[in-house]
Write a protein that binds this ligand. Sequence first.
Ligand code: ADP
Length: 329
Amino acid sequence: MEKVKKVTKIGVLTSGGDAPGMNAAIRAVVRTGLYHGLEVYGIMRGYAGTIDDDIHKMDSRSVANIIQRGGTILKTARCKEFYEPEGRKKAYDNLRKKGINGLVVIGGDGSFRGAQIFSNEFDIPCIGIPGTIDKDIAGTDFTIGFDTAANTAVNAIDKIRDTADAHDRLFIIEVMGRDAGFIALHSGIATGAENILIPERKTDMEELVHGLEEKEKRKKLVNLVVVAEGDDFGGADEVAKLMRSRLPTADIRVAILGHIQRGGAPSCLDRLIASRMGYSSVECLIEGRHNVMVGIMNNRMHFTPLDKAVKAKQKISDEWMKIVKILAS
Ligand code: ADP
């Protein structure tokens, strides 16, 4: 049986797109590591910090007062050099210099791909924690940041509803989600949107327009359409253009929520899953697991090989869309 190398010093980094709750995960990794007597190092700006040797020893106080903060105290970055073997060799040399023999990578599927390649080249086991507001990674029911982003969208859309109601306007609201429509789907249902346009489903424009015409006839006042930025038509502006040509009398406005969805204090759920995943990632390293992503499925920790923890276009069932239609009638 292969002898498991004992992990004694671990590094933690956040990479790729930021997501609220990453700080809670960093805190959990640091404190669980210290609890087990490991040395823990924080690596700045994702893989860039491994290459530039921007690596700092953390203690329990280094992660004090961050559980409630959005963003990431370790900063995040996209790092071109890490795509190259020479860049990864530099990263390895810097980690070895510090004696780091285990790595926790908090990020999206791109960051996991980097971790997988790195770990195959060098003898440093890597554990991934899914941090992305899009919730589109295979092997987990939750990703850190999604719940906060969806709640931010809900709060903003509620405000838009007030003004839409006051003026009898139709608002086309764009939320984040280039490849995945979960923020649109969840926030749209939670705000009573008339329709929800997502990349996973083809939108029938005729049906959409027809539905709105019907509502207009019945004098249904508030109309909100929530659009994921990656829907078939190319976002809210494009949808509005099409709608204006089809519904010339309607007062149509566009609101693009943008980056506010990435910021702010993480929700209770995001803090909780980040804490569980951070804790579990260190346990994994101690148990000698390597190259897996820590996820949660059916409320249990679930481990997926990093090469299978990819962006997953999930099927959104007809039932979801039926709920949208029935409840907005
Ligand atoms: P995310 O993790 O949010 O999906 P990216 O796809 O931008 O974000 O990946 C983050 C970083 O991970 C990249 O900037 C790069 O440093 C590293 N990375 C991604 N893919 C690879 C790869 N195929 N090889 C090496 N490094 C990679």
